[in-house]
Design a binder for this molecule. Structure first.
Ligand code: SAH
Ligand code: SF4
Length: 390
């Protein structure tokens, strides 16, 4: 193996490479493809960050890696544990930005909710991430680093280590996190290349080995990127619908002005030809007096009939600046019933982690220097978690 210097400047963060990228890099260093697979397993399967521990790699290769590379997730500045077992981490991605990640344990699985951007340009009025504006895209290392870090920590905790069933104790492939949802801060399909690299790591057998059905991208409807995702890495897709017609959706999800409902629904149908599940999950936030009437339900049924889909109704989690209110529980129930009476599979999202502000809703993180609004939100952050069964 050659000992060519990797770079003269900053160390290379190996969390930034997807499997093909790492293979290419290793090849440039004179290594064979199986070396890249070994490295991938050390980093992502075992969660190792020390090259000295990678005992089956040649000594000179390890020396080269130690000199020029790091394995570095973003720094955690706070961790909260809810009474229901939900955990939330605040990652400082740089001195001006922090993003949040939430872990939701259940008996048969563990779900991690990941952020893709610091802030969001889509600016939906019911979302505190959107409210605070946009600062920057996260790098691949910052996105996959959330999973790398969470899995590594959770494995060592007695209360979560048991979740990773299916494989014997001590098996490096045994995972606490069985499901990943891209439902944290940001619009994943507006940070496409980095999110794609992270998704490729999630589903690679030498990295996280997650089933494509258990990795969900949630999008506000970036039509061209839905098509690209179908080709590049088809995982489960959730679409944030929130309104049954263009007039209302233009207001609730401003991206609708660019990609209106008819185009979005066609993209969903194209996606289904490649999707690992045979339905799209439509997310629908329940806003009192805004999108929750019987007429809205009727219109929505018309939409549901155009795409093989399931509905996930999300009770709105208010934040002070939104001026919006959550629909009553009775309204949510009767709305859900109308959809179900029309034969549409409908669930109402459960709220988890209320006591640590990690339940569905307002993901604030801490985004400074943002472009849209320079007024700081309180340091509360609540995140939307898809409770759909894996
Ligand atoms: N940008 C992507 C993914 C992140 S938002 C998207 O919009 O799909 C993830 C989910 O959280 C979306 O369905 C979003 O509508 C929902 N959400 C945002 N703010 C919320 C709030 N205040 N209460 C409940 N759910 C909210
Ligand atoms: Fe962005 Fe999604 Fe929030 Fe809309 S709901 S502002 S798309 S993060």
């Amino acid at each position: 193996m050659s000992t060519k210097p990797v770079t003269d400047t900053a160390p290379v963060n190996l969390l930034d490479f997807d499997p093909a990228g790492l293979a290419q890099q290793v090849q440039q260093w004179g290594g064979k493809p199986f070396r890249a697979r070994q490295l991938l397993r050390w980093i992502h399967q075992r969660g190792t960050d020390s090259f000295d521990d990678m005992t089956d790699l040649a000594r000179d290769f390890r020396a080269l890696l130690s000199e020029h590379c790091v394995i570095q997730a973003p720094k955690v500045s706070a961790e909260h544990l809810s009474s229901d077992g939900t955990r939330k981490w605040l990652f400082d991605v740089d001195p001006n930005n922090a993003v949040e990640t939430v872990f939701i344990p259940e008996d048969d699985r563990g779900t991690l909710c990941i952020s893709s951007q610091a802030g969001c340009t889509v600016a939906c009025p019911f979302c505190s991430t959107g409210y605070q504006g946009f600062n920057r895209n996260l790098s691949t290392a910052e996105i996959i680093g959330q999973l790398w870090y969470a899995e590594r920590v959770l494995r060592t905790q007695p209360e979560t280590a048991r979740i990773g069933g299916g494989l014997p104790d001590g098996d490096a492939r045994r995972r606490v996190i069985s499901n990943v949802v891209m439902m944290g801060m940001g619009e994943p399909l507006l940070n496409y290349d980095r999110v794609l690299a992270a998704l490729r790591l999630m589903v690679d057998d030498n990295a996280y080995g997650l089933s494509r059905r258990r990795v969900t991208v949630s999008t506000s409807g970036v039509v061209p990127m839905i098509d690209r995702l179908a080709r590049d890495c088809p995982v489960a897709l959730a679409v944030s619908l929130h309104a049954p017609n263009d007039t209302l959706r233009d207001k609730l999800v401003p991206l609708n002005r660019k990609y209106p409902l008819a185009e979005l629904l066609e993209a969903c149908n194209r996606y289904l030809e490649h999707a690992p599940r045979d339905f799209i999950t439509f997310e629908y936030i329940m806003l009192d007096g805004v999108n929750d009437s019987d007429d809205h339900a009727r219109e929505l049924i018309g939409i549901a009939r155009q795409v093989r889909s399931k509905f996930n109704l999300i009770p709105f989690n208010p934040f002070p600046q939104s001026g919006l209110k959550r629909s009553s529980a009775t309204r949510v129930r009767s709305f859900a019933q109308r959809l179900m009476d029309a034969g549409i599979v409908t669930t109402v999202r459960k709220t988890r982690g209320d006591d640590i502000a990690a339940a569905c809703g307002q993901l604030a993180g801490d985004v400074k220097d943002r472009t849209r609004i320079d007024q700081r939100l309180p340091d509360r952050a609540v995140i939307a978690i898809n409770q759909e069964r894996g």
